[in-house]
Design a binder for this molecule. Structure first.
Ligand code: AMP
Length: 198
């Protein structure tokens, strides 16, 4: 695994542990010589991640729409900044460049990026793994919602379980390496069968 795209908050979160584990994750990436691709911002956990990775010799690429650069939230100290025209184009570019995706705690932007990758995985338009670094159980409510989706018949168990979750950076990176994507054909034929039954 050469390049990981990390989604995370443009805010810092109220508790120090979010920042501390983000730093630890960046150090683990740098020690494995994994490059970072991220949103390119100089704020919140995004900045913590980029700065820590660079301080430990890692390579950082940011991908940012011009309108955010104009608002002066771009990180000027990273190795490469790719400018795009929209948030949608940014996600497409992230999907193409990365070998895997990791989400750290964040807000709507992070949630949008997580669900984009999950949807593309479900449609087999992406075979790249996605993992949540569940610092301080931050994603527990989201995971509970996904389980609810499975028990109510709107999310398939195999898609729910293809989402990697880990509390700890080292374990997360190990799990990413042993990921196998979900078989698409069975899922589609099951959906057709269900739709014609009853
Ligand atoms: P949020 O989780 O709402 O703080 O948004 C963070 C995520 O959305 C990041 O992974 C970015 O890709 C994107 N994003 C949101 N706000 C910004 C910003 N000010 N600068 C750069 N990227 C942002």
């Amino acid at each position: 695994m050469k390049r990981i795209c990390v989604f995370c908050g443009s805010s810092m979160g109220y508790q120090r542990i979010y920042r501390e584990v983000a730093e630890e994750f960046a150090k683990q990436m740098a020690s494995r010589k994994i490059d970072l691709i991220y949103g390119g911002a100089s704020v919140g956990l995004m900045k913590v991640l980029a700065d820590t990775l660079m301080a430990h010799g890692g390579h950082v690429t940011g991908i940012m729409p011009q309108h955010l650069i104009d608002k002066e939230v771009a990180h000027n100290g990273i190795h490469q900044m790719i400018t795009v025209n929209s948030m949608a184009e940014r996600k497409t570019q992230m999907l193409e460049m990365a070998d895997a995706f990791v989400a750290l705690p964040g807000g709507f932007g992070t949630l949008d990026e997580i669900t984009e990758v999950l949807t593309l995985m479900q449609l087999r338009m992406s075979d790249k793994p996605l993992a949540l670094l569940n610092i301080k159980g931050y994603f527990d409510y989201l995971l509970r919602f996904l389980d609810h989706g499975v028990s109510e018949g709107f999310i398939r168990e195999e898609h729910r379980s293809s989402l990697i979750v880990s509390l700890e950076p080292k374990a997360l990176l190990q799990k990413l390496n042993s990921f196998t994507p979900v078989e698409m054909d069975k899922w589609i034929s099951d959906l057709k069968t269900e739709s014609h039954a009853g």
